[in-house]
Design a protein around this ligand. Structure first.
Ligand code: 5GP
Ligand code: MG
Length: 177
């Protein structure tokens, strides 16, 4: 099994600082901006971006989370079906610029499910997407507004995201199955 380190702790830190700056620039500040992390790893990443925004704008942006799991649909072999397990969003999404945060963007099916869940909750002013890694292979017309790194992968390759919050050293590793 071949493994290649593609981002170290400093690389991840700088990427999240850049994304925080890009979010404040694109939204001309952070009034009405809220972050929603997709479990599991989107949640600590959203918290880190919120922390950087706090340093830049001196504003604590509201944060929430969505729990979405992908299940392979064995009956139809149509691929993966995302299922929403829970939402922890204790602010009104209506009128907000919601930034979804996830670790890896792949087919886009998880984000499509997240969009459905958010739109069910109200009427956001806009929904944007921030990911640490975009590994390509989209199956839906979904793209990231903010990406830490674009990593062209083969379908056999996987991205391993290790984060401090899970007791590891921050690192992104490209692995081959
Ligand atoms: P998608 O729904 O875009 O196919 O997949 C995105 C979801 O699956 C994300 O929540 C992400 O955590 C996970 N995912 C897909 N591919 C990878 C990968 O290569 N590495 C990691 N760590 N997660 C992945
Ligand atoms: Mg995930």
């Amino acid at each position: 099994v071949k493994k290649t380190s593609i981002m170290d702790a400093d690389g991840i830190r700088r990427a999240l600082i850049r994304i925080a700056h890009e979010i404040t620039e694109k939204n001309r500040g952070v009034e009405n901006v809220a972050l929603v992390g997709i479990r599991t790893r989107g949640v600590p990443l959203a918290a880190r971006i919120a922390e950087e925004i706090q340093k830049i704008e001196n504003v604590a942006v509201p944060t929430g989370s969505l729990d979405i799991t992908l299940y392979r649909d064995d009956l139809t072999t149509m691929g993966y079906n995302p299922v929403i397990h829970g939402t922890e969003i204790d602010f009104d999404v209506t009128g907000k610029h919601i930034v979804l945060v996830d670790d890896v963007l792949y087919t886009g099916r998880t984000i499509r499910a997240a969009l459905d869940a958010l739109i069910d909750m109200g009427r956001p002013k806009s929904i944007q997407l921030a990911v640490l890694i975009d590994r390509g292979h989209r199956e839906l017309p979904i793209r990231a507004d903010y990406a830490g790194k674009n990593v062209p992968t083969s379908r056999r390759e996987t991205i391993e995201v290790a984060l401090q919050e899970e007791g590891k050293t921050d690192e992104v590793i490209l692995g081959e199955i």
